[in-house]
Design a protein around this ligand. Sequence first.
Ligand SMILES: [Zn+2]
Length: 122
Amino acid sequence: MRQTRTKTIQEEIVVCDRCHREMDPGNRDFEYQERTAIRFRGGYGSVFGDGNLVEADICQNCLQEVFGKYLRITEDDPFDPKHQLSDDADKAYQEYQLQQILSTENFLKNFREAIQTKQQEN
Ligand SMILES: [Zn+2]
């Protein structure tokens, strides 16, 4: 006997915080690949509050719409860049950059905790 059953699949997507566009990492979605993730902690004197975590996921369309006129866009070959990124560009990331940063932050946090534990033992 053939029957049908309902299968529920739960998957993680990213939603643009401005326009609520869904960006699917598993769908070879250029929107997901081109999104910009903002994630930083406000420093002393920050307009966002000292120590507060500031985060946003913004699709490329909203980035262009909101910041387009302020962005400096230079034609360049990513495999042979004539223009190097300055060190100041450290608070807005695309997905692949964000994963590396989160991994590094997590490693450093674990490392610090391990050192503290070791120091408390002595
Ligand atoms: Zn958007």
